[in-house]
Each structure stands twice: as C-alpha cells, then as structure tokens.
Design a protein around this ligand. Structure first.
Ligand SMILES: *Cc1c(COP(=O)(O)O)cnc(C)c1O
Length: 546
C-alpha cells in the first residue's frame, strides 16, 4: 500500500535497500521528544545517530508515547509524577496503516516518522501509534505511556512494537535484511518469521540487563489472553509462558551482551546460548559540551565524523582545555542556581551522580559515613535521577538524599529535578568527577561515565560494566574497592574506598593541576575516542549485519 509521495520521499533518501530494522521499546531522539526513560533509550538514539553519521541503511522502530515516561516533580524532596507531554506535531504522520490481533480483537496501527540528520546521511525512525478512532479506548491508550501499566498492557505494547512494527515496515515497502532487537521487548517480531528457514540469519538480539527482574516474563494466562492467535503459534513451539529474552535468544543467529563482563554474566544466566560482546558507546557530538566541541574542532579537526580521532586529545593546549572546562562548569552552576536557588562555586571540587534511582546502583553509598565525608573539606555534589513510580525503595533514596542536603555542613548537595538528556549534558561536562557505585555484576555496561570521559571528566567507580575495560588508575580515573573479595560486606569496603580515593583525587585537583589536566586529556584520548557508538556501530556492521 504505497502512497506515491511517500515512496519517492523514501527513494530519494535511498533507504529502500534497507539493511537493518532496529527495534527498541524506547529511543531518545531529542530532549523534548519524550519517547525515552533512560539508558536503553539513550543508547538506541546514539546508535542511530552514529548510523546516520555513517550513512548506513538502517531505520529505527519504536512506539510514540504521547505521555512519555514520567515528568518528575520534587515536592519537599519527594518524587511526584506527572505525564510528560510533548508536541507530536514535530513528527511527520505517514499515511500508512496495519493491524494486529490482541485480546481477540483487531487493533489498528498507524505511524509517524522522525528523521535523524547525521554528518553524512539520515536515518528514519518510525513511531507506532494506536490512537485511532477505529480502536477501543483501551487499545488507543497502548502507545501512550512508557514502562507504566500492568502485565497485560505491557505485553500488548510489545505486540504492537514487535508484530505491528514488522507489519508496518512491510506496508511501507521495506524489506530489511536484518531485524535487530534492542532488548527483548520486541521479541514478538520473531513470530512473523516463524517457519522461515532463514529466521536466524534475519534476527539479531542485544541483551542489556544482568538483573533477573529486568527480563520480561509473562505467565501462560496473560499470554493466551493478550496474544490470542499468536499465543497458539508460540505454544506450538514450546513457549507457553513467555520469557522475552529466551524467545529472542532462541531465534537470533547473533546474540550479544553490552560489555565483556556482561558477556560472562549473560553466558552464566543462559548457558545454552553463545554470546558475543559489543561494548556500548555514546554519540560523541551529542554529549560533548559546546565549549569543548569548539576546542576539539580547532585542535583535532574532523572528529565529529571520525570520533576515533579523539585519541589525539593529548595534543590539546592545556589552557584551552581548562577554559572550556570552566565555561562548562559555569553553565552547570548557573543551571543549579536557576533550578534550586543554591549557589555553587567555580573553584570547589564538584562530584556528579546521575542515574535511575534504584537499589543496585546504591545512590546513598556516598553518605554511609557522614563524618568522614565532611572531613574531606569543601565539596559540592550534584545528584539527579528518576525512580520508577512503583519502585518504593528508589523513591526512598531520593527523599533520603534530599534530607542529607539539609544536614550536611561542609558539603553542598543539590538534587536536580527531572533528569533528562539536557540535565545529563550539563552534569557530565560541568562536574569534576563522575561517581558510580553499582553492586558488582549488576551494571551491564553503563554509559553516563563514558559521556563524562568524553568531556574530560574522570570517573570514580566500582569495577563493573564498561569500567573494567576503560579504567586505568590515576590515568582515566579511579576504581572503588578493587581489593574486595566475594563474601565481604561490599558497602563497608566500597564506602571506605570512596572516601580514600576522593581525598586523593581532591589533592591532585588542587595541588597538581598539570597532572589533573593530563588526566582530563587521558579521559578524552583513551576512553572518549573508544567508547563511542561510532566504534560500536562499526562492530555491529562487521559482526552482526553481514
Ligand atoms: C546516559 C543516560 C542514562 C544512562 O546512564 P547510565 O550511566 O547507563 O545509568 C540514563 N538517563 C539519561 C537521561 C541519560 O542521559
């Protein structure tokens, strides 16, 4: 079902010979398009931004989410949630329709397009929408909210994404060589390929979470009730209840984890499957501060097209790098003043911590020994992060951190509301040190520390996820609790280590500025040049999209 103008439009941009369709439950396109919640969506967006830079024939498929995930409002230090509305007029409506069967009824689906403009090409992203007059109210709401709702709602969303997304691409005339499932949410697309001999050649699967609860599992009754005819297809193949990760693993010819450590963890969780690893990265131009970008343009050259060139960062003039840093820090300080009324200072050592507020990330570990923390002298700390509305422990962390802000004396602490791409950009470039404290084995990769490195900000982190690959002590940052032996009290050992390393970092910062600037350069040259979605995407092309 072709619409003439659409067809020419697609032809013009040369994507009819599509190699890969990249499916993701969330994709972070821009700060004000609220189709993302956190790390997974940001990674998906960065992946497609790098693909656009490389002019690779790929497209993205996701849902529209008119109400986004949540808008976080802090009331007296406690998280309240509001719908995160945004202006969908920014997208182009495609006159294309398909339908799927869920709950035994027909649900119609249409699509919108957003086009990512890269350095050398463009990548279209198709956003599926069920808010059509022909659908029942409940079905119209299926593309309204991200990660909110019960199991039935979630499984129905996954059917819209996997099955609906597959069919809409057919309607649009795309014949992808590969379907890349970014996490298990889109696994139902495999049911559209059941019976085909080349199903494994066509399917690629990237798993992102080493935490059991992170893998969606739906019981038999839910699967039958929601998926009706599709559930029969699944049952014929031995899937009565549905573990999305297992379904994706079963039918994918290439399967990967997102760091070397995560490959080991995944192989232990799913011993019947062969995992490769492609370590995550970030999109360099998106995450560098404008002041630094200018310095890199003049000192390094065409790094925006070839982020690997950032390895030349050692050549950057000290003064220029430091001045750009001071500008970025000033921008963060201005933002903090506007948002919280707090006055941060330019010459005080500043720590950043921002990520989803949840148990395994141990967001309050830094405050385990308040006296010791205060003994470090003047410090500024910036926090941010949303908790999932059902995560009571996560919400409790946010409240607790805000209480610490009231009682600390030597330490100035703020919690910035509504963590999103813009807040990230300010924090990863304006702070002096990036802190990360996950429980070992729980961080698949982590990417905010990569964004910090790109901006010359060293990381202090537990050796987990990407940091095992990127850490060089006193060169790219510092490890936490490196002598920890399994069975010991992690919190005890890690917090003691944090204070000790903070003391060390502070003394370098104030007493040996030349060495500190050398560390900043190492972060950019060693980690900023490597942990990019440019390198990552090329790995997918050579390992998976062949
Ligand atoms: C980068 C980013 C994340 C992911 O950071 P992690 O270190 O992987 O937890 C989450 N949310 C936003 C808004 C981000 O920019």
């Amino acid at each position: 079902m072709f619409i003439g103008s659409l067809f020419t439009n697609l032809k013009e941009i040369g994507i009819m010979e599509l190699k890969t369709a990249y499916f993701s439950m969330e994709i972070a396109l821009e700060n004000d398009i609220k189709t993302y919640s956190g790390g997974l969506g940001v990674l998906a967006g960065d992946t497609l931004r790098s693909a656009a830079d490389l002019d690779y024939p790929i497209l993205g498929v996701t849902l529209l989410y008119r109400n986004g995930f949540i808008k976080q409002v802090l009331e007296d230090g406690e998280q309240k949630e509001e719908p995160d509305k945004w202006d969908i007029d920014r997208l182009q409506h495609l006159d294309v329709y398909t339908s799927i069967e869920i709950f035994g009824r027909t649900v119609d689906i249409t699509a919108y397009q957003y086009t990512i403009q890269g350095e050398n090409g463009e990548v279209p992203v198709i956003l599926l929408d069920t808010d059509l007059d022909s659908n029942e109210d409940y079905d119209r709401s299926l593309t309204e909210r991200l990660y909110l709702g019960d199991d039935e709602y979630r499984l129905a969303q996954e059917a819209v994404l996997g099955i609906g997304g597959f069919r809409i691409l057919e309607e649009l005339g795309y014949r992808p060589k590969h379907y890349h499932m970014n996490e298990g949410h889109s696994c139902l697309l495999t049911t559209e390929l059941f019976g085909r001999e080349d199903i494994q050649e066509k399917c690629i699967f990237t798993t992102h979470t080493p935490v059991k609860a992170g893998h969606d599992v739906f019981d038999k009754d839910t699967v039958r009730k929601v998926l009706t005819t599709t559930s029969k297809k699944l049952e014929e193949r031995g899937f009565e209840s549905l573990n999305t990760t297992e379904l994706a693993l079963e039918y994918s010819g290439f399967v990967n984890a997102v760091s070397e450590k995560h490959e080991n963890v995944s192989s232990q969780m799913f011993p019947d499957y062969d995992f490769d690893s492609v370590t995550n990265g970030v999109h360099s131009t998106t995450w560098t501060n404008p002041y630094l970008r200018e310095v890199l343009d003049s000192e390094i050259g065409a790094w925006r097209c070839q982020p690997g060139m950032l390895s030349r960062a050692f050549k950057i003039d000290d003064r220029k790098l430091w001045n750009a840093k001071m500008e970025a820090k000033k921008e963060l300080i201005d933002y903090i003043r506007e948002e919280t009324g707090e006055e941060f200072e330019q010459d005080v050592f500043t720590i950043g911590f921002a990520r989803r507020a949840t148990g395994y990330k141990r967001p309050t570990l830094l405050f385990k020994d308040i006296e010791r923390l205060e003994s470090l002298g003047e410090l500024q700390i910036v926090y941010a992060g949303k908790a999932h509305p059902d995560d009571t422990q996560g919400k409790h962390f946010i409240k607790k951190i805000n209480r610490y802000a009231d009682i600390l004396e030597n330490v100035k602490l703020v919690f910035l509301e509504d963590y999103d791409m813009n807040v990230t950009k300010k924090m990863v470039s304006g702070t002096d040190l990036w802190l990360n404290t996950p429980l070992r084995g729980k961080e698949a990769s982590g990417t905010s520390g990569m964004k910090a490195a790109l901006n010359g900000v060293p990381q202090l982190s537990v050796l987990d996820g990407w940091w095992i690959e990127g850490h060089i002590e006193d060169v790219t940052g510092w490890s936490i609790g490196e002598n920890y032996v399994e069975g010991e009290n992690q919190d005890e050992i890690d917090s003691a280590s944090i204070y000790q390393k903070l003391e060390h970092a502070q003394s370098l910062y104030f007493d040996d500025r030349k060495k500190w600037i050398e560390i900043m350069k190492s972060c950019i040259a060693i980690n900023g040049s490597y942990f990019t979605t440019d390198r990552m995407f090329k790995e997918y092309v050579t390992k998976a999209y062949r």
